[in-house]
Design a protein around this ligand. Structure first.
Ligand code: S3P
Length: 431
């Protein structure tokens, strides 16, 4: 396998960076565009392997999706009634969000389909969507809750009441989309307060969504109308630069146009709690709030992270653990057992790779205990991203605070969510 030499820097990171569009929002904009009638224009969507999986599946269901100039993607929707059962299996690649949300959509639309994915996706649990969807009338066969998954055309209940058992926005969105596509009166209770992009975006497509306490209600028999969606920068991608700027000596950098939806900013709260110098300049708000975020090198200290904040930073935990290795004292991360069912078991992969670099990371059943600060690798170490984009990017940031002798096995995985990651890294190191 090709090994990549990871850059380091003596002068710190400087300048500014614009991160690509938000992955969660990009998936939803494509899906809702396909469910709508008319032409939806999506500005600055994420162009990555995961979103490409969603697009190719939507095309197999009958939507027309084309790239235009100026970062605009046009989605010509058929309306839910115009979607058709695909005549070949739907390949979701590495993408859990595509799989779970589209399973909801296809089930609600009353279509037949078989869903496949890559080896990582095929180990991830799909019963978290098929069990609640079966309870409301869906019919599935799967390999013990794993892909390949077959959806058999069925008619859903006209009234749907579900309460989330896991803190997963993918599950919440799958049920909401199933109910919306089926025209059912749909109520989903989410006491975990997972990311709310589905509820935020549907009203732009003319769908009435009522929220009362923890319960989201989509009234029956609504149709989506085409609209325009502007996608903010992905805070999950910005997370690498937030931590890089804080832990790399002599750094000051700005990340522009980052989505700062309150259900996604747990990482900012935790890094500020750790003593990070972070300035947030909030800008216009087009439904999803956006901000320019500036970070400066800071001496961090250990903190406790757990409970309600976890869903708002679940994808950022690998890079938060890296920050904790450079902080003074002990950091405890708990209530994060969901990490075990991400693209890899991230409790295992984070501790294995950071400890190879000399960190002191102890895995627990639902998180980590980290003792810092640790001096990371002063002699050559080969690290592995285990094919997981967020592990590869976290390790590339870790390499910045080493003496520059670190090699990474799979730089290709960044294409899942952040294809221009290494270009941006080189730009910040050089400026
Ligand atoms: C996502 C929800 C999260 C997150 C994933 C994107 C979404 O997954 O990890 O990257 O777009 O709804 P879970 O809902 O399974 O926690």
């Amino acid at each position: 396998m090709k090994m990549k030499q990871l850059p380091t820097t003596a002068n710190g990171l400087h300048g500014s960076v614009v991160v690509p569009g938000d992955k969660s929002i990009s998936h939803r904009a494509m899906m809702f565009g396909a469910m709508a009638t008319g032409t939806t224009k999506v500005l600055r969507r994420l162009d990555s392997a995961d979103v490409s999986s969603t697009i190719s599946v939507l095309k197999s269901l009958g939507a027309k999706i084309t790239e235009k100039d100026n970062n605009i993607t046009e989605v010509v929707g058929t309306g839910v009634a115009g979607l058709k059962s695909p005549n070949q299996p739907l390949d979701m690649g590495n993408s859990g969000t595509s799989t779970r949300l589209l399973t909801g959509l296809i089930t609600g639309a009353g279509l037949n389909a078989t869903i496949t994915g890559d080896s990582s996706l095929s180990t991830r649990p799909m019963d978290r969507v098929t069990v609640p969807l079966s309870e409301i009338g869906g019919t599935f066969t799967s390999d013990h809750g794993h892909l390949p998954l077959t959806i058999e055309a069925s008619k859903l209940d006209t009234e749907i009441h579900q309460t989330l058992k896991v803190g997963s926005a993918q599950v919440k969105s799958a049920i909401l989309l199933a109910g919306l596509a089926a025209g059912s009166d749909t109520f989903v209770t989410d006491s975990f307060h997972t990311r709310n992009h589905t509820e935020q975006m549907l009203p732009k497509f003319g769908v009435k969504v009522e929220t009362s306490g923890d319960t989201i209600h989509i009234p029956a028999n609504q149709k989506l109308q085409a609209t325009e969606i502007e996608v903010p920068g992905d805070i999950s991608s910005a997370a690498y630069w937030l931590v890089a700027g804080l832990i790399t000596p002599n750094s000051k950098l700005t990340i522009k146009n980052v989505g700062v939806n309150p259900t996604r900013i747990g990482i900012i709260k935790v890094l500020q709690d750790m003593g990070g110098d972070i300035t947030i300049d909030t800008k216009t708000d087009f439904g999803e709030p956006i901000a320019d975020i500036t970070v400066k090198t800071s001496q961090l200290h250990g903190v406790e992270v757990g409970g309600d904040i976890i869903p708002s930073l679940i994808d950022e935990i690998p890079v938060i653990v890296l920050a904790a290795t450079q902080a003074t004292g002990k950091t405890v991360i708990k209530d994060a057992a969901e990490l075990k069912v991400k693209e890899t078991n991230r409790i295992d992969t984070v501790q294995e790779e950071l400890n190879k670099l000399g960190a002191n990371v102890i895995p627990t059943d639902d998180g980590f205990i980290i003792d810092g600060p640790a001096k990371l690798a002063s002699s050559g170490v080969h690290v592995s991203g285990h094919g997981d984009h967020r592990i590869a990017m976290m390790l590339s940031i870790a390499a910045l605070v080493t003496n520059g002798t670190i090699t990474l096995d799979d730089d290709e995985s960044v294409k899942i969510s952040y294809p221009t990651f290494f270009n941006n890294l080189e730009g910040l190191v050089k400026s």
